[in-house]
Design a binder for this molecule. Structure first.
Ligand code: GYE
Length: 325
């Protein structure tokens, strides 16, 4: 393993808690301490490098620990993801790790696991906190602070544009926690600069091709756009394709900022087409399984465990490329 990769893994495992002391409800399902576990991981989709890296990390860590992994892929369907969790319950897994596609439709999955007495951890995305609560209905949420990611993207854009920009926003999957929260953080920051204006905003479902299509349409309606905020690198890369097809020069006559830090995103920064990307680390395996082991051992698990993320721009993209996914 090279130094950079091991650095990433250390970063992935470096989890810091922001929340108040855990108040685990008495009826939260317990996990018995065992030499090995049968765990379920309900993935939402596998159509981008971020998802593939997340799945790989969950598989690698299960293999490393000798735990049995029941893996499902919901193929971008919240209904299938609920059924996938049902099937894990039927297979009597010891613990469930769920990356909920959207905030509301996955509430039944969380509640059914609780009713079946199976502890559940949300990893990467969250569910509506008014309908299901960490420490009460499920053990914990482990993931990035998406509001903060949006803020960091917004701060970079304000600084880079000198506080004046006409922005096209490419949103992630509508109803998902990263789309809701990244937008919230971004708007919070840019609303303080009167010259920063979002001229159009649309759902690109976190995919490269949707990002390209949406950008194509929005650009026709808003040729005056000077900046793009994409909720992930895949959509930013799709936007670059659309911009170039329209005769624009990404990185020169239009400034792009996004989130994730995947290999192609870093390459776009190196190529001068994308300005910056806020890291959102997909390598959940070590932290997630350790949290389950700690829970079984009776240690206190914080209801919200926040991953620490880096930031990439032209100053560090090249040196980070080898360790990326
Ligand atoms: O940014 C995106 C992925 O939920 C944080 O989902 C994750 C997001 C990530 O499809 O690329």
């Amino acid at each position: 393993m090279n130094g950079k990769r091991s650095g990433w893994l250390i970063a992935a495992a470096c989890l810091v808690s922001l929340a108040a002391p855990a108040a685990q409800a008495d009826d939260l399902p317990k996990l018995k301490e065992k030499p090995t576990y049968k765990v379920g991981f309900a993935q939402t989709e596998s159509n981008n490098p971020w998802r593939l890296a997340q799945t790989q990390s969950m598989k690698d860590e299960a293999a490393k620990r000798g735990w049995q992994l029941v893996y499902t892929d919901a193929n971008s369907s919240a209904a299938k993801q609920v059924a996938d969790v049902d099937s894990m319950i039927a297979q009597h897994v010891d613990v469930i790790f769920l990356s909920p596609r959207e905030e509301k439709p996955l509430i039944p999955a969380v509640m059914k696991a609780k009713k079946a007495g199976i502890p559940l951890f949300l990893i990467d995305r969250s569910v509506d906190p008014t309908l299901a609560k960490a420490g009460r209905d499920y053990v914990s949420f482990i993931g990035s602070d998406f509001v903060e990611e949006g803020r960091r993207a917004g701060e970079w854009l304000v600084k880079t544009t000198g506080g004046t920009a006409k922005i096209i926003e490419l949103q992630g999957t509508s109803g998902s926690s990263p789309a809701n929260d990244r937008r919230k953080g971004f708007m919070e920051v840019i609303s303080k600069s009167p010259g920063m204006q979002v001229v159009a905003s649309q759902d690109g479902d976190f995919t490269r091709d949707k990002g390209r299509q949406v950008m194509e349409t929005l650009l026709q309606a808003h040729p005056e756009a000077t900046a793009v905020f994409a909720h992930n690198d895949e959509m930013a890369l799709g936007a670059i394709t659309a911009l170039e097809a329209a005769g624009r020069h990404p990185g020169k006559d239009i400034t792009l900022v996004s989130i994730d830090g995947e290999k192609d995103g870093l390459q776009a920064i190196i190529d001068g087409k994308m300005g910056a990307t806020v890291e959102c680390n997909p390598r959940f395996g070590p932290g997630a399984y350790q949290a389950a082991a700690d829970y079984a051992a009776g240690k206190k698990i914080e209801p919200i465990v926040v991953n620490q993320d880096h930031f990439y721009d032209s100053s560090n993209a090249a040196q980070s490329l080898a360790g990326s996914y």
